[in-house]
Design a protein around this ligand. Structure first.
Ligand SMILES: *Cc1c(COP(=O)(O)O)cnc(C)c1O
Length: 357
């Protein structure tokens, strides 16, 4: 039975991506070698990363002012690389919004390197909303926000005007909807939430904001190193980036961001309509801030938990458990999740209501 994978990450990928990756593990493009044993400097490997970079540029309309790089260390290392590259050595300051667990981790890393001003927070309500109406100070080195709060199921629907460079962690909603890249100076995303398998991170950086901190940046942590080396400064994970490349090709062939936006909206509408309609469940996020990627909801009567868990597991659904910080359930509906899987979950919720409502 095919599993309906609602995991928050690593994410579901299209079947054709898994198929082509598995073929390349045995014989990469008829070369007689596995993609796992070839040099990352071989021409056909080089083509993989160049194509992946170009696909990010095409799909997101990245302007010429910006460069796209692939690195490793997950979004977690970007929490460190961002202040290294943008926060001044002397008197460095940055403004952050605190909208969830990942935002808090980003803040913690930046605090090691300078002053962090938390200019807005939703911690007072266990991060169930996105703060708005704050002003970004003009005397900080940059502003950092998280576009989609994977754990709490909230998503920024608009971005504030900023007098300083804007940095955004888009790990869990990159390429799910249109973004005006020119309004951002750094966008980063761990691949495993919406772009491909775990093992690589994409960063889109405005070249003009680099080289202004006065810091002696370790080579790997310097965005400029990866720009200069075409993301091949050190041995990059060829199989992982190949997975990203294939997934982005799948997205492009399907109609790119405009088409996936429609599909993601349809999935989210179906999911939230059931959460709101069904008498046995409640959504945990404020309605206007609900994430199209991660829908979080809880049972009104926790004593029915075992019954509900049994039903969805029998229907072939996996990884629906909520994060321990929220409890309940989380349906992650990344790009590759078909609407049919959402329909299966909705049907299970309806059956559950008929039995126990
Ligand atoms: C998962 C996630 C991260 C952490 O990603 P890693 O690649 O595991 O370091 C950071 N930010 C957000 C928004 C995430 O969803």
């Amino acid at each position: 039975m095919k599993i309906h994978n609602f995991s928050a990450g690593p994410c579901i990928l299209p079947q054709e991506v898994f198929q082509k990756m598995s073929e390349a593990v045995l014989d990469f493009n008829g070369s007689g070698s596995s993609i796992m044993e070839i040099s990352h400097r071989r021409a056909d490997a080089q083509e993989v990363i160049d194509t992946a970079i170009q696909l990010v540029k095409d799909l997101m309309n990245v302007p010429d002012t910006h460069e796209v790089i692939f690195t490793q260390g997950g979004a977690s290392l970007q929490f460190v690389m961002v202040p290294f590259n943008l926060m001044k050595l002397n008197g460095g300051k940055a403004a952050y919004t605190e909208t969830g667990a990942w935002a808090k981790s980003a803040i913690k890393e930046a605090q090691r390197m300078g002053e962090v001003q938390i200019i807005a927070s939703s911690a007072d309500k266990n991060f169930n909303y996105v703060p708005k109406g704050y002003t970004i100070p003009s005397d900080v080195d940059y502003f950092h926000c998280t576009s989609n709060n994977t754990i709490f199921g909230t998503q920024m629907k608009s971005f504030p005007d900023s007098p300083v460079p804007v940095v955004c962690d888009m790990s869990s909603d990159i390429l799910s909807k249109p973004v005006d890249v020119s309004k951002f100076d750094v966008i980063y995303a761990g691949a495993q939430k919406n772009m491909g398998p775990a093992g690589s991170v994409v960063t889109i950086v405005n070249k003009e904001v680099l080289g202004k901190t006065g810091r002696n940046i370790p080579a790997y942590l310097d965005f400029q190193t990866h720009i200069d080396k075409g993301s091949a400064f050190n041995t990059w994970p060829v199989l992982a980036v190949y997975g990203v490349m294939l997934n982005l090709q799948w997205l492009k062939n399907l109609g790119g961001v405009p088409e996936i936006t429609k599909r993601n909206q349809a999935k989210a509408e179906l999911m939230y309509a059931e959460i709101d309609r069904n008498a046995l469940f409640t959504g945990t996020a404020e309605v206007e801030d609900r994430s199209e990627m991660n829908a979080t909801f809880v049972l009104k009567d926790e004593s029915l938990k075992a019954e509900f868990n049994k039903l969805w597991k029998e229907a072939g659904i996996s990884s629906l458990e909520g994060h321990r910080d929220v409890g309940g359930y989380r349906a992650s509906m990344y790009n590759a999740l078909p609407i049919e899987s959402v329909q299966v979950l909705v049907d299970v919720m309806k059956q559950f209501e008929q039995k126990f409502g």
